[in-house]
Design a protein around this ligand. Structure first.
Ligand code: MN
Length: 231
């Protein structure tokens, strides 16, 4: 097959202990999955209905490093999240009991958000794409294969900015667990190997400024760090 121009290489993430990389297919994100964060955003969690949105696959930034301050905002927010990476295609709807079979591994990432644009979109009942799906809006650590280690409900998810703790929670505080989220997504989309799922952020979201340094992690699993570069 030939193309009218060379297609770009697929976005990808490093995998711990492997030289082969994880090719990213889609990036799904869960909103309002920690009750305290939902409250700080002025929303209530509705238990029956997870909130989903997406980022383009090439918004992924492997491994942190220097992240550009995006144009079009003066209120760039951090949201630290567990990132679930899928290693198998799903055949249609996946029951909760079998959903974890799809998981290749886990990482930690930031769902970077133009909070000012999101607030305007919510006010006018407009979509969130410009607030959530911008270039370099999805920095993610290396992935840890589930065969090596997996986080549990007691694992602590955290983010420090310039050495000060900004966000932390245990994964058991998530309103919807990983299996439930994969089940719900599979009812709406065809899940594929290469999909990433950002599982939602705890309370404590706040602004990042050019020059800020961050460190994020899930205890016992993975850490990563980077900084916000000049616009
Ligand atoms: Mn988020």
């Amino acid at each position: 097959m030939s193309f009218v121009f060379d297609p770009p290489a697929p976005p990808s993430l490093a995998v711990r202990g492997r030289s082969a990389r994880f090719p990213v297919h889609r990036i799904y994100c869960v909103g309002r999955n920690f009750a305290e964060h939902a409250r700080e955003m002025g929303a209530e969690v509705e238990r029956g209905t997870p909130v989903f949105f997406m980022k383009p696959a090439d918004a992924v930034v492997p491994g942190g490093g220097a992240l550009p301050y995006p144009p079009g905002t003066s209120d760039l927010h951090h949201e630290v999240e567990l990132v679930v990476a899928l290693g198998r295609d799903a055949e249609g709807e996946v029951p909760v009991e079998r959903a974890l079979d799809l998981v290749f591994g886990h990482g930690v990432g930031l769902d970077l958000t133009r909070r000012d644009l999101q607030a305007r979109a919510k006010e006018k009942r407009l979509p969130w794409d410009t607030a959530k799906g911008f270039d370099a809006s999805a920095p993610v650590s290396e992935l840890v294969p589930a065969s090596v280690a997996s986080p549990g409900v007691d694992s602590r998810l955290w983010l420090e900015v310039n050495g000060a703790l900004r966000q932390q929670a245990t994964l058991g505080e998530m309103v919807f667990g990983v299996a439930e989220i994969l089940h719900e997504l599979s009812r709406l989309f065809r899940l594929r190997a290469g999909d990433l799922v950002f599982m939602g952020t705890p309370a404590g979201v706040a602004a990042l400024q050019p020059g800020d340094r961050f460190r994020a992690g899930i205890d016992g699993l993975v850490t990563f760090e980077g900084r916000i570069a000049a616009p």
